[in-house]
Design a protein around this ligand. Structure first.
Ligand code: C2E
Ligand code: MG
Ligand code: MG
Ligand code: MG
Length: 277
């Protein structure tokens, strides 16, 4: 393996480097098998509307429990999956599983609003993505207006014209589109105005420390004002305290999500939350 992966790198191999790359290879090969051995599952975290106090969506978050390596964070394995070409398969599994879950909620009469699915840059840039989403909706029976897609700024910046055409198609189907982790990427404001999206999700790094942190206070206020000026709704993620809730509500933020309301949970453990709301 090392021979193929590390062209001309032999000279740089030290004991610790070798160990590090051995660990990386282990992780990669485990990730290759994860789908086929059913090592993935989804947890769901609600987004609450300030207007109604009710959940308007549940975001699906991917969890990987490897039998040998244990739990690995998506912040680690999603970038790896992108790097080694597994994100399409994994992404489609997530989309399908989340749509199936949502359809089963519908059949049980559970009011979940929409199910929100994270989309990696590489998925969005694929020519076949729109057709794949349409296929999955058809297969699972979920109406498009029960789905939300969260895309990142980096996902939209690379091939702007093409990606905005894809987004327009998805939006025309009735799917809601959000920009995730807003403020951490490089979207230009003029570009934002042209994109067919509905919502901005303020990254949790700007929500931390509200309302005492003066920088984050300014940034959060500015994103909310700008979002509203562009006719977009604004969501805050990573909300953990009552003080953050009060501040965001006071600034006119539209939706909130975070441990303050609920941690991401298995669908079977969400019934209590759903009963309370
Ligand atoms: P994200 O989409 O921005 O999701 C928010 C992350 O913050 C989640 O971490 C969530 O569990 C965590 N979180 C939610 N509320 C709070 C809070 O109040 N406080 C704190 N400290 N954290 C909170 P998670 O589940 O580890 O996911 C990390 C990232 O991995 C996600 O960030 C997303 O970018 C990516 N990801 C997760 N699942 C998927 C997936 O199915 N597909 C893709 N492409 N990316 C995914
Ligand atoms: Mg997200
Ligand atoms: Mg986010
Ligand atoms: Mg984030």
């Amino acid at each position: 393996r090392a021979k193929h992966d590390g062209r001309n790198n032999y000279a740089f191999y030290t004991e610790s480097l070798t160990q590090e790359s051995a660990a990386k290879l282990k992780l990669q090969s485990a990730l290759h098998d994860a789908l086929s051995i059913n090592a993935f599952h989804l947890v769901y975290q609600p987004k609450i509307s300030f207007k109604t106090g009710k959940p308007v969506a549940f975001e699906a978050l991917l969890r990987w429990n490897d039998p040998v390596l244990g739990n690995i964070s998506p912040a680690v394995f999603i970038p790896l999956a992108e790097k080694i070409g597994l994100i399409q398969d994994i992404g489609n599994w997530v989309l399908k599983t989340a749509c199936k879950q949502a359809q089963s909620w519908r059949e049980q009469g559970v009011h979940f609003g929409r199910v929100a699915v994270n989309v990696a840059s590489q998925q969005l840039q694929r020519r076949s993505f729109v057709a794949e989403v349409a296929d999955i909706l058809e297969q699972t029976g979920l109406p498009a207006n029960c789905l939300e897609l969260e895309v990142t700024e980096s996902g939209m910046m690379s091939d702007q014209l093409l990606v905005s055409q894809y987004l327009a198609k998805l939006g025309n189907m009735g799917i809601e589109l959000s920009i995730d982790d807003f403020g951490t990427g490089y979207s230009s404001l003029s570009y934002l105005k042209k994109l067919p999206i509905h919502k901005l999700k303020i990254d949790q790094s700007f929500v931390a420390g509200l309302p005492l942190d003066t920088h984050n206070t300014a940034i959060a206020k500015a994103i909310i004002a700008m979002g509203h000026a562009l006719n977009l709704r604004v969501v805050a993620e990573g909300v953990e305290t009552q003080a953050q809730v009060d501040f965001l509500k006071g600034c006119g933020c539209d939706e909130v999500q975070g441990y303050f309301y609920s941690r991401p949970q298995l669908p079977e453990n969400l019934s209590e939350f759903l009963l309370q709301h």
